[in-house]
Design a protein around this ligand. Structure first.
Ligand code: AQP
Length: 328
């Protein structure tokens, strides 16, 4: 079985974008791959997090993984910080990287733009991400467009380590999901829907109440005109809403277009809100059951133990090849 590694940052409330772009694919992948899915809390602190919010969001992401259908009997689900080998290999990967290659990362450039003082963690974020992947010798990493450059760096670092130290690190491939739609922001379809966007009206949180979802969709930006037509370059706003509709109703966008021929934005948005509410209701019910069951921490403990077994073996192999004195 090929190995898959992926994670989501507890840096805000998970959105419909995270669900469609990542979690739904995780659920499919666990059927055919050995999967490690983590809540990447060490990555989340590259930007300041309020302690109580970080704790709550981390537990919420874990519960949402399970509510979405990730099965702890099939996949290992864990907190990144419960597997300290990530941080240790992260440091080793930092020492194997060059300033120039980290400075070229577009996510670093975007996230540091306009900041008076740039957190160092933002700069070395890709070296920790490389460690996350290489420590499991992952074959495949589900990545969105924005993470492709980081995966390229991970591949370079794996090859560099293998050449320099004769390690046997797996060089990972990107996994481009078939249903890899990029869900865009409700207030601006040129930006992706993001959980850390300061404007909550720009995203649908997976735990938003039905009336909040209805309100956000009714206020979502639309293009000029009134035709419900899928054309991402000419009509980016309505095309984004149509993609959300298609995902939530399990339809093709062409069918959505046909269903709303001759109808205006108003009728379409009203129905879209109901499709989103219907899609999220069962997920939300399962989420609340999981939070109340008290089982979450036991599942995370089991996932971390499974992950550490693999991670500690890889780290030992790397340190041995690099010349560290291993504890006897
Ligand atoms: N809008 C999106 N459409 C499709 N997929 C998305 N993902 C995120 N937003 C969308 C996918 O979800 C996973 C989560 O990645 P992350 O938490 O490490 O950070 P991110 O990609 O930067 O996601 P956010 O929500 O935008 O977080 P913040 O605001 O904290 O930076 C990834 O697989 C991503 O592709």
């Amino acid at each position: 079985m090929k190995r898959v590694l992926s994670g989501i940052q507890p840096s805000g409330q998970l959105t419909l974008g995270n669900y469609i772009g990542a979690m739904q694919n995780f659920v499919k992948l666990q059927e055919t791959h050995q999967c490690f899915f983590m809540i990447v809390d060490l990555h989340a602190i590259t930007l300041p997090q309020e302690p109580a919010a970080l704790r709550e969001q981390s537990e919420a992401v874990a519960a949402l993984f399970l509510a979405a259908g990730i099965d702890p009997a099939q996949a290992s689900v864990f907190m990144q910080s419960h597997v300290p080998e990530h941080a240790e290999l992260g440091w080793i990967m930092t020492t194997a990287s060059y300033m120039g290659e980290l400075e070229r990362m577009t996510q670093y450039k975007d996230k540091s733009a306009g900041k008076e003082s740039i957190p160092a963690g933002l700069f070395v974020y890709p070296t920790l991400m490389a460690a996350d992947i290489l420590i499991y010798n992952a074959d495949l990493v589900p990545v969105g467009d924005d993470q492709k450059q980081h995966l390229e760096l991970t591949r370079d670092l794996a090859q560099r380590m293998n050449q320099r130290y004769d390690t046997e690190l797996q060089v990972p491939d990107p996994y481009i999901p078939q249903t890899g739609a990029r869900i865009m922001s409700l207030d601006d379809a040129s930006k992706k829907m993001s959980k850390s966007n300061p404007n909550p009206a720009s995203y649908i949180a997976l735990l938003d109440e039905p009336d909040v979802i209805r309100k956000k969709i009714s206020r979502a930006t639309t293009d000029s005109g009134r035709e419900v037509r899928y054309d991402p370059s000419e009509k980016p706003e309505i095309s984004n809403l149509m993609a959300i509709y298609a995902h939530c109703a399990n339809m093709q966008v062409s069918d959505v277009e046909r269903a709303y021929e001759g109808q205006g934005y108003g009728a379409f948005k009203k129905d879209l809100a109901e499709r989103v509410v219907e899609a999220l209701e069962p997920l939300q019910a399962r989420y609340h059951d999981i939070r109340q069951s008290g089982e979450l921490h036991g599942i995370l403990r089991k996932g971390a133990a499974e992950a550490r077994e693999v991670a500690s073996t890889t780290l030992r192999h790397i340190k041995d090849k690099m010349g560290f004195v291993l504890p006897q």
